[in-house]
Write a protein that binds this ligand. Structure first.
Ligand SMILES: [Zn+2]
Ligand SMILES: [Zn+2]
Length: 252
């Protein structure tokens, strides 16, 4: 009933206050119910697919890869997570949407971003096996500054759509770390070492955990989050991000 009502109000709001597409330069009114990116712009976003990909981190490789292909980075230094997959490349126009969502309180973009996330999770992971969805946590001080954790908004909405439990409490950030963007690969790892902890191992033990974040760059953040979850007894940790930045980009 609640979902029906919310759909009704969303449709009514669409008629009363038509939304101009959130993509800069697009004059169209969004034709996707309750969404802010029109269907034409949505279809032409830089989707992270085609060609072969690493079966672990999901990085795209130039050549057609076999199903079991593992990239050099994952072979030399295997991440703690089992899989990581992303929906789109972190570049125009997705970068601006994510920055608005992350830093400028544009929570109204959540459903558009979760459309991307959900598409990637359904297409690229056997999502029926996922037990619990968790966001990459913010340190409490950062959370207080920003007022919200953008990854928690994504995780909560995704969990609802795939009908799984969202857990925003069990994984915690115990150290406020420096911004990853300025650091090299080795520095990123040192910076994040032991930055995350599991507060309630009982909720994690024996579960397949899906970790959610907005952007993946090197995968270091996701891998450092996966470590304490596995140490607490999680069966496996999978990761999904809205966007994938090619290194030298934003956060880890
Ligand atoms: Zn548009
Ligand atoms: Zn890889």
């Amino acid at each position: 009933m609640a979902a029906l009502l919310s759909r009704f109000f969303s449709r009514a709001a669409d008629i009363l206050w038509p939304r101009t597409c959130a993509i800069e330069g697009c004059p169209r009114v969004s034709d996707r119910p309750g969404r802010h990116v029109c269907s034409t712009c949505f279809a032409s976003l830089p989707f992270h697919e085609a060609g072969g990909a690493c079966s672990v981190c999901g990085a795209l490789v130039m050549a057609e890869a076999r199903h079991s292909f593992v990239c050099e980075a994952c072979r030399l230094d295997p991440p703690a997570f089992e899989f990581a997959r992303s929906a789109v490349f972190y570049r125009e126009p997705v970068d601006r949407l994510i920055q608005d969502f992350k830093y400028r309180k544009a929570s109204w973009l959540c459903d558009d971003l979760v459309d991307l996330l959900e598409g990637a999770v359904r297409a690229k992971l056997s999502f029926h096996d996922i037990d619990v969805v968790m966001p990459v946590p913010l340190h409490p001080r950062r959370l207080q500054e920003r007022g919200y954790n953008q990854s928690a908004l994504l995780a909560r909405a995704l969990a609802r759509r795939i009908n799984r439990r969202a857990d925003e409490k069990s994984l915690v950030r115990t150290r406020d770390t420096e911004h990853q963007a300025r650091l090299s690969g080795e520095e990123r790892r040192k910076n994040l070492k032991d930055a995350f902890e599991v507060s309630s191992p009982g909720l994690v033990r024996g579960r397949i955990v899906l970790l959610v974040d907005d952007i993946m760059t090197s995968g270091t953040t996701l891998s450092e989050c996966a470590r304490p979850l596995l140490a607490a007894g999680a069966t496996s940790v999978w990761c999904a991000t809205v966007a994938r930045a090619v290194l030298t980009g934003a956060a880890g």
